[in-house]
Write a protein that binds this ligand. Structure first.
Ligand code: NAD
Length: 370
């Protein structure tokens, strides 16, 4: 990328700030995309290969996710270049340095993302007083521990079942990525009567057509083991999870896992996206052509940010769960009804809805995006 203005369109980004402090080896980027709805909330991603462009794409995704969820927050994201598994003292220095450099940018509220966690948020809160996803002892709601995103995903499925003539109680589902999002989604679906027939993590996949015992799997993961240590199932390589015939397929791991060249391997009736951008647009089009219902990421996985916004407002865990349920159900229904009525992709319906909500806020501003 030669010029950050190549990233610019009518919605943003408002600010792109590069931070560099050679004394501690700090290199990071903040993109504040659009704050027409309020101060932006978005995670700090730490990885060796993060770029300004990735940061800008993720910031835009947050603008849409927050607007779609009806939050009074805009979209932003920050990235910190480095190995998140570096010695803790070094990581703490980098994170403290990064947020101090951004102390004055109060249009951005730090949250956790890949490579950062609630302890990192505690360091940021300590330095500049502005972070969400804090540890409980600092007034935080530990959204991964309580399964905020998985809870929202369950409600998205519960609403979506009416749109593809499916009954959760007899549905068989598959989860790619049995982590914070995937395992809680599986827990709630099983509690509603569905059967998990296959799950995977970074070590591989397991499959049992008669059903997996989710409580045993949760206990296994809690001890730091892999789903592949579960005995009562066939073991397959991770990629094979795509081929397993099921009613509901849930990607909850990496971006771009389903693309044009493997989308036809999916043998399911519904896809509900837990991960961010797990399916390319071209692949989503193919799903649509095949009549497979698809609930897009920023609609289905908004539970985490709704919980973070509730924490920022100072409301408790029960109110956060009530907000997740109400917003996820309403948005999923609105998106799927529009898609059905207008014969368009659910993603196009979701994008139009989110864009409309951002633009409505922009109309009240003298400077449209801030
Ligand atoms: P996590 O690290 O807790 O879990 C990810 C899981 O995926 C792990 O079990 C890991 O072993 C597994 N995994 C990694 N590579 C894999 C592969 N190639 N095949 C199968 N499994 C693989 O992360 P998480 O918080 O559950 O996030 C998962 C996805 O959901 C990410 O895309 C994240 O951006 C997105 N997301 C998370 C939240 C949240 O609240 N945590 C909210 C919205 C979106």
């Amino acid at each position: 990328m030669n010029d950050v203005f190549t990233l610019a369109d009518d919605l943003g980004p408002l600010k792109v700030i590069h931070i560099h402090e050679p004394g501690i080896g700090l290199k990071g980027v903040l993109v504040v995309d659009n704050v027409a709805r309020g101060p932006s909330i978005g995670g700090v991603r730490m990885a060796v290969d993060v770029t300004t462009e990735e940061c800008a794409r993720l910031a835009r995704a947050m603008t849409f996710k927050n607007a779609a969820a009806g939050l009074s927050h805009g979209g932003g994201k920050s990235v910190l270049i480095g190995d998140p598994k570096m010695p803790k003292a070094q990581k703490e220095t980098l994170i403290r340095g990064f947020c101090c450099a951004l102390r004055e940018v109060d249009q951005y509220i730090f949250g956790p993302d890949m490579g950062t966690d609630e302890e990192c948020m505690a360091w940021i809160k300590d330095e500049i007083g502005r972070a969400v996803g804090l540890p409980r002892e600092l007034g935080g709601i530990p959204l991964d521990e309580i399964g905020a995103t998985g809870y929202g995903l369950f409600h998205a499925v519960d609403v979506a079942q009416d749109f593809c003539d499916l009954d959760i109680k007899s549905a068989r589902f598959v989860v790619q990525g049995f982590g914070a999002v995937g395992k809680h989604a599986a827990k709630y679906l099983c509690a509603a009567g569905a059967t998990a027939i296959a799950v995977s993590d970074s070590k591989g996949a397991i499959y049992n057509p008669d059903g997996l015992d989710i409580e045993r799997l949760l206990a296994l993961k809690a001890t730091g083991k892999s789903v592949t240590d579960y005995d009562d199932a066939e073991h397959r390589d991770g990629d094979a999870i795509i081929d397993i015939e099921c009613d509901i397929w849930i990607p909850a791991a990496r971006p771009d896992v389903i693309h044009e060249s493997n989308v036809n391997r999916l043998n399911t009736r519904m896809v509900v996206q837990g991960a961010n951008i797990p399916i390319t647009y071209a692949a989503e089009k193919k799903l649509h052509e095949r009549g497979i219902l698809n609930v897009p990421d920023f609609i289905a996985n908004a539970g985490g940010v709704i919980c973070a916004a509730a924490e920022y407002q100072g409301t408790g865990e029960a109110a956060a769960f009530a907000a997740i349920e109400e917003k996820l159900r309403r948005n999923t229904r609105e998106v799927l009804e529009t898609a059905q009525r207008e014969q368009i992709l659910p993603r196009d319906a979701a994008l139009a809805m989110a864009r409309r909500r951002v633009e409505q806020a922009m109309r009240h501003r003298r400077w449209h995006i801030f």
